[in-house]
Ligand binder design. Structure first.
Ligand code: URP
Ligand code: ZN
Ligand code: ZN
Length: 451
Protein backbone atom coordinates (compact mmCIF):
# COMPACT_ATOMS: atom_id res chain seq x y z
CA UNK A 1 0.00 0.00 0.00
CA UNK A 2 1.43 3.40 -0.96
CA UNK A 3 2.34 5.94 1.66
CA UNK A 4 1.82 9.69 1.52
CA UNK A 5 3.70 12.26 3.57
CA UNK A 6 2.13 15.72 3.76
CA UNK A 7 4.83 18.18 4.79
CA UNK A 8 4.59 21.43 6.74
CA UNK A 9 0.87 22.16 6.40
CA UNK A 10 -1.21 24.13 8.88
CA UNK A 11 -3.04 21.12 10.27
CA UNK A 12 -6.57 21.98 11.41
CA UNK A 13 -7.23 20.01 14.60
CA UNK A 14 -10.36 20.00 16.77
CA UNK A 15 -9.48 23.11 18.74
CA UNK A 16 -6.30 24.52 17.20
CA UNK A 17 -4.06 24.69 14.17
CA UNK A 18 -0.49 23.35 14.24
CA UNK A 19 2.18 23.29 11.56
CA UNK A 20 2.96 19.58 11.26
CA UNK A 21 3.74 16.70 8.93
CA UNK A 22 1.18 13.92 8.43
CA UNK A 23 2.16 10.39 7.42
CA UNK A 24 -0.56 8.27 5.77
CA UNK A 25 -0.31 4.51 5.46
CA UNK A 26 -2.89 1.77 4.74
CA UNK A 27 -5.80 4.23 4.41
CA UNK A 28 -5.14 5.67 7.89
CA UNK A 29 -3.36 8.59 9.50
CA UNK A 30 -0.24 6.90 10.86
CA UNK A 31 1.65 9.80 12.43
CA UNK A 32 1.31 13.56 13.02
CA UNK A 33 4.62 15.12 14.01
CA UNK A 34 7.42 17.55 13.22
CA UNK A 35 9.94 16.64 10.53
CA UNK A 36 8.71 13.13 9.68
CA UNK A 37 11.06 11.34 7.28
CA UNK A 38 9.93 8.37 5.18
CA UNK A 39 11.82 7.61 2.00
CA UNK A 40 9.06 5.30 0.67
CA UNK A 41 6.33 7.92 0.84
CA UNK A 42 5.03 10.23 -1.88
CA UNK A 43 5.67 13.76 -0.59
CA UNK A 44 3.03 16.48 -0.81
CA UNK A 45 4.41 19.89 0.11
CA UNK A 46 1.68 21.78 2.01
CA UNK A 47 3.78 24.76 3.16
CA UNK A 48 1.55 27.81 3.48
CA UNK A 49 -1.55 25.66 3.00
CA UNK A 50 -4.20 24.29 5.37
CA UNK A 51 -4.73 20.57 5.85
CA UNK A 52 -8.31 19.86 6.95
CA UNK A 53 -10.47 16.80 7.53
CA UNK A 54 -12.55 15.94 4.44
CA UNK A 55 -16.01 17.48 4.61
CA UNK A 56 -18.95 15.25 5.61
CA UNK A 57 -22.16 16.41 3.95
CA UNK A 58 -24.95 14.95 6.05
CA UNK A 59 -27.83 16.12 3.83
CA UNK A 60 -28.02 14.93 0.21
CA UNK A 61 -30.80 13.74 -2.08
CA UNK A 62 -29.30 11.67 -4.89
CA UNK A 63 -31.68 10.10 -7.39
CA UNK A 64 -34.64 11.18 -5.29
CA UNK A 65 -38.16 10.83 -6.71
CA UNK A 66 -39.62 14.27 -6.06
CA UNK A 67 -41.71 16.98 -7.70
CA UNK A 68 -42.78 14.73 -10.59
CA UNK A 69 -39.25 13.68 -11.53
CA UNK A 70 -35.95 12.56 -10.00
CA UNK A 71 -33.23 14.84 -8.67
CA UNK A 72 -30.67 15.07 -11.46
CA UNK A 73 -27.60 13.84 -9.59
CA UNK A 74 -27.22 10.13 -8.97
CA UNK A 75 -24.56 8.55 -6.77
CA UNK A 76 -21.95 8.64 -9.51
CA UNK A 77 -22.41 12.22 -10.71
CA UNK A 78 -23.22 13.61 -7.27
CA UNK A 79 -20.16 12.03 -5.72
CA UNK A 80 -17.98 13.46 -8.49
CA UNK A 81 -19.27 16.89 -7.47
CA UNK A 82 -18.62 15.95 -3.86
CA UNK A 83 -15.00 15.03 -4.39
CA UNK A 84 -14.26 18.20 -6.37
CA UNK A 85 -15.63 20.14 -3.42
CA UNK A 86 -13.68 18.27 -0.75
CA UNK A 87 -16.65 16.22 0.50
CA UNK A 88 -15.21 12.78 1.25
CA UNK A 89 -18.33 11.32 2.90
CA UNK A 90 -22.04 12.06 2.56
CA UNK A 91 -25.22 10.85 4.22
CA UNK A 92 -28.04 10.51 1.73
CA UNK A 93 -31.76 10.35 2.45
CA UNK A 94 -33.31 6.98 1.67
CA UNK A 95 -36.99 7.82 1.38
CA UNK A 96 -39.53 5.13 2.19
CA UNK A 97 -42.11 5.41 -0.55
CA UNK A 98 -43.57 2.14 -1.71
CA UNK A 99 -44.56 -0.75 0.54
CA UNK A 100 -40.92 -1.74 0.90
CA UNK A 101 -39.48 -2.89 4.21
CA UNK A 102 -36.68 -0.73 5.63
CA UNK A 103 -34.19 -3.49 4.79
CA UNK A 104 -35.39 -3.56 1.17
CA UNK A 105 -35.11 0.22 1.03
CA UNK A 106 -31.52 0.21 2.30
CA UNK A 107 -30.57 -2.71 0.03
CA UNK A 108 -31.89 -0.88 -3.02
CA UNK A 109 -29.97 2.26 -2.04
CA UNK A 110 -26.80 0.24 -1.42
CA UNK A 111 -27.07 -1.21 -4.87
CA UNK A 112 -27.49 2.26 -6.48
CA UNK A 113 -24.69 3.80 -4.46
CA UNK A 114 -22.11 1.24 -5.64
CA UNK A 115 -21.00 3.80 -8.22
CA UNK A 116 -20.02 6.38 -5.60
CA UNK A 117 -16.55 7.93 -5.81
CA UNK A 118 -16.60 8.87 -2.11
CA UNK A 119 -17.79 7.24 1.11
CA UNK A 120 -21.44 7.33 2.11
CA UNK A 121 -24.16 6.32 4.52
CA UNK A 122 -27.93 6.78 4.76
CA UNK A 123 -30.68 8.27 6.89
CA UNK A 124 -34.05 6.55 6.54
CA UNK A 125 -36.84 9.04 5.83
CA UNK A 126 -40.04 7.53 7.19
CA UNK A 127 -43.27 8.30 5.41
CA UNK A 128 -45.44 5.94 7.47
CA UNK A 129 -45.49 4.67 11.05
CA UNK A 130 -47.36 1.36 10.98
CA UNK A 131 -46.43 -1.23 13.62
CA UNK A 132 -44.35 -3.34 11.24
CA UNK A 133 -42.22 -0.36 10.19
CA UNK A 134 -41.75 0.80 13.78
CA UNK A 135 -40.78 -2.73 14.83
CA UNK A 136 -38.17 -2.82 12.10
CA UNK A 137 -36.54 0.27 13.61
CA UNK A 138 -35.17 -2.09 16.28
CA UNK A 139 -32.95 -3.57 13.56
CA UNK A 140 -31.75 -0.66 11.45
CA UNK A 141 -28.50 -0.39 13.40
CA UNK A 142 -27.72 -3.86 12.03
CA UNK A 143 -28.14 -2.33 8.57
CA UNK A 144 -25.58 0.35 9.49
CA UNK A 145 -28.13 3.18 9.80
CA UNK A 146 -28.39 5.35 12.91
CA UNK A 147 -30.74 8.19 11.94
CA UNK A 148 -34.27 8.80 10.68
CA UNK A 149 -35.99 11.68 9.02
CA UNK A 150 -39.53 12.96 9.33
CA UNK A 151 -40.99 15.58 7.01
CA UNK A 152 -43.61 17.75 8.73
CA UNK A 153 -44.56 18.90 5.21
CA UNK A 154 -45.13 17.43 1.72
CA UNK A 155 -48.66 16.21 2.52
CA UNK A 156 -49.69 16.08 -1.16
CA UNK A 157 -46.54 14.11 -1.97
CA UNK A 158 -47.53 11.49 0.67
CA UNK A 159 -44.29 12.10 2.53
CA UNK A 160 -45.67 13.90 5.57
CA UNK A 161 -45.46 12.58 9.12
CA UNK A 162 -48.17 13.98 11.42
CA UNK A 163 -47.43 15.34 14.90
CA UNK A 164 -48.76 12.16 16.55
CA UNK A 165 -46.67 9.98 14.28
CA UNK A 166 -43.60 12.10 15.02
CA UNK A 167 -44.05 11.56 18.75
CA UNK A 168 -44.40 7.79 18.25
CA UNK A 169 -41.30 7.68 16.04
CA UNK A 170 -39.27 9.77 18.51
CA UNK A 171 -40.10 7.31 21.30
CA UNK A 172 -39.06 4.26 19.28
CA UNK A 173 -35.94 6.09 18.06
CA UNK A 174 -34.96 6.96 21.62
CA UNK A 175 -35.21 3.32 22.66
CA UNK A 176 -32.85 2.37 19.81
CA UNK A 177 -30.44 5.31 20.16
CA UNK A 178 -31.41 6.65 16.71
CA UNK A 179 -31.39 10.35 15.98
CA UNK A 180 -34.55 11.80 14.38
CA UNK A 181 -34.08 14.59 11.82
CA UNK A 182 -37.03 16.83 11.05
CA UNK A 183 -37.96 19.16 8.24
CA UNK A 184 -39.85 21.67 10.37
CA UNK A 185 -42.46 23.89 8.74
CA UNK A 186 -46.16 24.44 9.43
CA UNK A 187 -47.96 22.58 6.68
CA UNK A 188 -51.43 24.03 7.38
CA UNK A 189 -50.22 27.59 7.18
CA UNK A 190 -48.37 26.83 3.93
CA UNK A 191 -51.35 25.07 2.36
CA UNK A 192 -53.72 27.90 3.38
CA UNK A 193 -51.36 30.42 1.79
CA UNK A 194 -51.12 28.38 -1.39
CA UNK A 195 -54.92 28.08 -1.63
CA UNK A 196 -55.19 31.85 -1.25
CA UNK A 197 -52.57 32.52 -3.95
CA UNK A 198 -54.33 30.11 -6.30
CA UNK A 199 -57.57 32.06 -5.84
CA UNK A 200 -55.74 35.36 -6.35
CA UNK A 201 -53.82 34.00 -9.34
CA UNK A 202 -50.45 35.04 -7.87
CA UNK A 203 -48.29 32.01 -8.56
CA UNK A 204 -44.93 33.50 -9.59
CA UNK A 205 -41.91 32.10 -7.73
CA UNK A 206 -41.73 34.98 -5.22
CA UNK A 207 -44.99 33.54 -3.91
CA UNK A 208 -43.14 30.31 -3.15
CA UNK A 209 -41.41 32.37 -0.45
CA UNK A 210 -44.62 34.15 0.55
CA UNK A 211 -46.41 30.80 0.90
CA UNK A 212 -43.76 29.52 3.33
CA UNK A 213 -42.58 32.70 5.09
CA UNK A 214 -40.54 33.06 8.29
CA UNK A 215 -43.64 32.41 10.44
CA UNK A 216 -44.31 29.02 8.79
CA UNK A 217 -40.82 27.80 9.61
CA UNK A 218 -40.89 29.28 13.12
CA UNK A 219 -44.16 27.51 13.94
CA UNK A 220 -42.76 24.24 12.58
CA UNK A 221 -39.60 24.54 14.68
CA UNK A 222 -41.61 25.36 17.84
CA UNK A 223 -43.85 22.38 17.25
CA UNK A 224 -40.95 20.00 16.59
CA UNK A 225 -39.14 21.22 19.71
CA UNK A 226 -42.22 20.77 21.84
CA UNK A 227 -42.96 17.24 20.56
CA UNK A 228 -39.32 16.17 21.12
CA UNK A 229 -39.44 17.66 24.62
CA UNK A 230 -42.60 15.71 25.42
CA UNK A 231 -40.94 12.53 24.15
CA UNK A 232 -37.74 13.47 26.00
CA UNK A 233 -35.85 12.50 22.83
CA UNK A 234 -32.97 14.18 21.00
CA UNK A 235 -33.78 15.99 17.80
CA UNK A 236 -31.86 17.26 14.75
CA UNK A 237 -33.56 20.07 12.82
CA UNK A 238 -32.43 20.15 9.20
CA UNK A 239 -31.91 23.15 6.89
CA UNK A 240 -32.70 25.99 9.32
CA UNK A 241 -33.39 29.15 7.38
CA UNK A 242 -35.11 31.59 9.71
CA UNK A 243 -34.32 33.97 12.54
CA UNK A 244 -37.06 33.10 15.00
CA UNK A 245 -36.58 29.37 14.42
CA UNK A 246 -32.86 29.43 15.13
CA UNK A 247 -33.43 31.70 18.14
CA UNK A 248 -35.98 29.19 19.49
CA UNK A 249 -33.39 26.42 19.08
CA UNK A 250 -30.80 28.48 20.96
CA UNK A 251 -33.30 28.97 23.79
CA UNK A 252 -34.15 25.24 23.85
CA UNK A 253 -30.44 24.37 24.05
CA UNK A 254 -30.04 26.84 26.92
CA UNK A 255 -32.96 25.16 28.67
CA UNK A 256 -31.12 21.85 28.45
CA UNK A 257 -32.99 20.26 25.54
CA UNK A 258 -30.87 17.98 23.35
CA UNK A 259 -31.37 19.54 19.94
CA UNK A 260 -28.99 19.94 17.02
CA UNK A 261 -29.31 22.58 14.30
CA UNK A 262 -28.22 22.39 10.67
CA UNK A 263 -28.16 25.18 8.13
CA UNK A 264 -27.08 25.29 4.49
CA UNK A 265 -24.91 27.67 2.43
CA UNK A 266 -27.89 28.81 0.33
CA UNK A 267 -29.48 30.29 3.47
CA UNK A 268 -26.20 31.90 4.52
CA UNK A 269 -25.53 33.51 1.18
CA UNK A 270 -28.78 34.50 -0.53
CA UNK A 271 -31.97 36.29 0.52
CA UNK A 272 -35.56 35.95 -0.67
CA UNK A 273 -34.76 38.64 -3.24
CA UNK A 274 -33.57 35.79 -5.48
CA UNK A 275 -37.25 34.95 -6.01
CA UNK A 276 -37.63 38.25 -7.87
CA UNK A 277 -34.99 37.26 -10.43
CA UNK A 278 -35.74 36.09 -13.97
CA UNK A 279 -34.38 32.63 -13.03
CA UNK A 280 -36.19 32.63 -9.65
CA UNK A 281 -37.34 29.02 -10.11
CA UNK A 282 -33.74 27.82 -9.87
CA UNK A 283 -33.62 28.99 -6.24
CA UNK A 284 -36.87 27.32 -5.22
CA UNK A 285 -36.20 25.04 -2.29
CA UNK A 286 -37.98 24.32 0.97
CA UNK A 287 -37.78 25.95 3.39
CA UNK A 288 -37.64 29.00 1.17
CA UNK A 289 -34.65 31.33 1.41
CA UNK A 290 -35.66 34.09 3.83
CA UNK A 291 -34.93 37.79 4.34
CA UNK A 292 -31.71 39.54 5.36
CA UNK A 293 -32.50 39.47 9.09
CA UNK A 294 -32.72 35.69 8.94
CA UNK A 295 -29.43 35.46 7.07
CA UNK A 296 -27.79 37.67 9.73
CA UNK A 297 -29.33 35.57 12.53
CA UNK A 298 -27.98 32.36 10.98
CA UNK A 299 -24.46 33.79 10.87
CA UNK A 300 -24.81 34.89 14.50
CA UNK A 301 -25.90 31.34 15.34
CA UNK A 302 -22.88 29.95 13.50
CA UNK A 303 -20.56 32.17 15.52
CA UNK A 304 -22.15 31.34 18.91
CA UNK A 305 -22.33 27.58 18.12
CA UNK A 306 -26.15 27.37 18.06
CA UNK A 307 -25.71 25.94 14.56
CA UNK A 308 -24.03 22.55 14.83
CA UNK A 309 -23.60 21.61 11.20
CA UNK A 310 -23.59 23.14 7.74
CA UNK A 311 -24.76 20.71 5.06
CA UNK A 312 -26.04 21.14 1.53
CA UNK A 313 -29.52 19.65 1.02
CA UNK A 314 -28.12 18.96 -2.46
CA UNK A 315 -31.17 18.27 -4.63
CA UNK A 316 -30.72 19.70 -8.14
CA UNK A 317 -33.08 19.29 -11.07
CA UNK A 318 -32.70 19.83 -14.79
CA UNK A 319 -33.25 23.36 -16.08
CA UNK A 320 -36.22 22.22 -18.11
CA UNK A 321 -37.81 20.68 -15.01
CA UNK A 322 -37.29 23.86 -12.98
CA UNK A 323 -39.01 25.75 -15.79
CA UNK A 324 -42.21 23.73 -15.24
CA UNK A 325 -42.84 26.21 -12.46
CA UNK A 326 -41.86 29.43 -14.24
CA UNK A 327 -45.43 30.78 -13.93
CA UNK A 328 -46.69 28.50 -11.17
CA UNK A 329 -44.37 27.88 -8.25
CA UNK A 330 -46.35 24.77 -7.25
CA UNK A 331 -44.91 23.02 -10.30
CA UNK A 332 -41.27 23.91 -9.57
CA UNK A 333 -39.43 20.85 -8.21
CA UNK A 334 -38.00 21.92 -4.84
CA UNK A 335 -34.25 21.82 -4.33
CA UNK A 336 -30.89 23.39 -5.18
CA UNK A 337 -27.35 22.20 -5.88
CA UNK A 338 -24.55 22.71 -3.38
CA UNK A 339 -22.29 19.72 -2.76
CA UNK A 340 -19.46 21.14 -4.83
CA UNK A 341 -19.60 24.46 -2.99
CA UNK A 342 -20.14 23.62 0.68
CA UNK A 343 -16.49 23.41 1.73
CA UNK A 344 -15.14 26.02 -0.72
CA UNK A 345 -17.81 28.42 0.61
CA UNK A 346 -17.16 27.79 4.31
CA UNK A 347 -13.37 27.78 3.84
CA UNK A 348 -13.67 31.04 1.95
CA UNK A 349 -15.48 32.52 4.96
CA UNK A 350 -12.63 31.23 7.14
CA UNK A 351 -10.05 32.70 4.78
CA UNK A 352 -11.82 36.05 5.03
CA UNK A 353 -11.78 35.87 8.84
CA UNK A 354 -15.57 35.66 9.26
CA UNK A 355 -15.19 32.28 10.97
CA UNK A 356 -12.01 30.34 11.78
CA UNK A 357 -10.66 27.31 9.93
CA UNK A 358 -11.33 25.33 13.14
CA UNK A 359 -14.99 26.46 12.91
CA UNK A 360 -15.26 25.40 9.26
CA UNK A 361 -13.86 21.93 10.07
CA UNK A 362 -16.14 21.60 13.10
CA UNK A 363 -19.32 22.57 11.21
CA UNK A 364 -18.58 20.57 8.06
CA UNK A 365 -16.72 17.56 9.43
CA UNK A 366 -16.19 16.84 13.13
CA UNK A 367 -19.71 17.72 14.34
CA UNK A 368 -21.37 15.76 11.50
CA UNK A 369 -19.21 12.73 12.39
CA UNK A 370 -20.00 13.00 16.11
CA UNK A 371 -23.71 13.72 15.81
CA UNK A 372 -24.32 10.95 13.26
CA UNK A 373 -21.92 8.42 14.78
CA UNK A 374 -19.68 8.12 11.73
CA UNK A 375 -16.65 6.16 12.93
CA UNK A 376 -13.00 7.09 12.21
CA UNK A 377 -13.81 10.27 10.35
CA UNK A 378 -14.23 13.99 10.97
CA UNK A 379 -10.97 14.64 12.77
CA UNK A 380 -7.29 14.62 11.87
CA UNK A 381 -5.92 12.18 14.41
CA UNK A 382 -3.72 9.10 14.43
CA UNK A 383 -5.77 5.97 13.60
CA UNK A 384 -8.56 7.83 11.78
CA UNK A 385 -9.26 7.38 8.07
CA UNK A 386 -6.91 9.56 6.03
CA UNK A 387 -9.70 11.73 4.57
CA UNK A 388 -7.98 15.04 4.00
CA UNK A 389 -8.27 18.25 2.06
CA UNK A 390 -5.36 20.56 1.25
CA UNK A 391 -6.57 24.14 0.87
CA UNK A 392 -4.50 26.91 -0.67
CA UNK A 393 -5.61 30.23 0.87
CA UNK A 394 -3.57 32.26 -1.62
CA UNK A 395 -4.94 31.09 -4.96
CA UNK A 396 -8.41 32.50 -5.72
CA UNK A 397 -10.87 30.44 -7.75
CA UNK A 398 -14.19 30.97 -9.51
CA UNK A 399 -16.96 28.39 -9.65
CA UNK A 400 -18.34 27.58 -13.09
CA UNK A 401 -20.89 24.83 -13.52
CA UNK A 402 -19.41 24.15 -16.97
CA UNK A 403 -16.33 22.73 -15.19
CA UNK A 404 -18.45 20.46 -13.00
CA UNK A 405 -18.66 16.72 -13.53
CA UNK A 406 -22.03 16.51 -11.77
CA UNK A 407 -25.34 16.34 -13.64
CA UNK A 408 -26.20 19.93 -12.66
CA UNK A 409 -27.00 22.01 -15.74
CA UNK A 410 -26.97 25.26 -13.81
CA UNK A 411 -25.84 26.30 -10.38
CA UNK A 412 -27.05 28.84 -7.89
CA UNK A 413 -23.28 29.25 -7.24
CA UNK A 414 -22.38 30.11 -10.85
CA UNK A 415 -19.60 32.72 -10.96
CA UNK A 416 -18.97 32.65 -7.20
CA UNK A 417 -15.49 33.97 -6.45
CA UNK A 418 -13.60 32.15 -3.74
CA UNK A 419 -10.50 33.66 -2.15
CA UNK A 420 -8.79 30.24 -1.98
CA UNK A 421 -8.78 26.87 -3.70
CA UNK A 422 -9.25 23.27 -2.70
CA UNK A 423 -6.05 21.88 -4.15
CA UNK A 424 -5.98 18.20 -3.12
CA UNK A 425 -8.60 15.73 -1.86
CA UNK A 426 -7.56 12.44 -0.25
CA UNK A 427 -9.98 9.68 0.78
CA UNK A 428 -8.72 6.77 2.87
CA UNK A 429 -5.16 7.47 1.78
CA UNK A 430 -5.89 7.72 -1.96
CA UNK A 431 -5.57 11.00 -3.82
CA UNK A 432 -8.90 11.57 -5.60
CA UNK A 433 -8.24 15.09 -6.85
CA UNK A 434 -5.07 17.11 -7.20
CA UNK A 435 -4.91 20.61 -8.75
CA UNK A 436 -8.29 19.99 -10.42
CA UNK A 437 -7.23 16.66 -11.95
CA UNK A 438 -9.55 13.82 -10.90
CA UNK A 439 -7.87 10.51 -10.21
CA UNK A 440 -10.64 8.96 -8.10
CA UNK A 441 -12.36 5.86 -9.39
CA UNK A 442 -15.99 4.99 -9.76
CA UNK A 443 -17.04 2.65 -6.94
CA UNK A 444 -14.09 3.53 -4.67
CA UNK A 445 -16.59 4.98 -2.17
CA UNK A 446 -17.45 2.63 0.65
CA UNK A 447 -20.67 2.27 2.66
CA UNK A 448 -19.87 3.44 6.18
CA UNK A 449 -21.78 1.53 8.83
CA UNK A 450 -22.56 3.82 11.72
CA UNK A 451 -22.69 3.37 15.45
O1 URP B 1 -36.25 21.84 -1.40
C1 URP B 1 -35.73 20.87 -0.88
N1 URP B 1 -35.13 21.05 0.27
N2 URP B 1 -35.77 19.67 -1.47
C2 URP B 1 -35.34 18.45 -0.93
C3 URP B 1 -36.31 17.86 0.05
C4 URP B 1 -36.18 18.47 1.40
O2 URP B 1 -37.13 19.06 1.89
O3 URP B 1 -35.13 18.37 2.04
ZN1 ZN C 1 -36.48 19.23 3.82
ZN1 ZN D 1 -33.40 17.77 2.12
Amino acid sequence: MSKILIKNGFVVLLDRIEQKDILIENEKIKMIDDDIVDSDATILNAKGKYVLPGAIDVHTHFHMAFGGTYSSDDYESGSLGALRGGVTTYLDYAILKEEKSLKELIDSKLSLAKTSYVDYGFHIALTRSDDKTLEELDHIRDYGVASLKCFMVYKKENMMISDDQLKKILLVAKKNNLLVNVHAEDVDMIDDNIDRFVKEGTLDNYHHYLSRPEEAEYRGVLKALSIAKEADAPLYIVHNACEDGINAIRQAKQNGQKVFAETCPQYLNFTCDVYKREDAQNYVCSPAIKGQTSQDALWKAIIDHTVDTVATDHCPFLLEEKLWGKNDFRKTPNGCDGIENLYPYMLDKANQGIITFVDAARLCSSNPAKIFQIPHKGEIKVGNDADLVIYNPNVPSVFHIADSLSNCEYSIWEGYQYSGTIQTVILRGTILMDYGRISGEIGYGKFIKRG
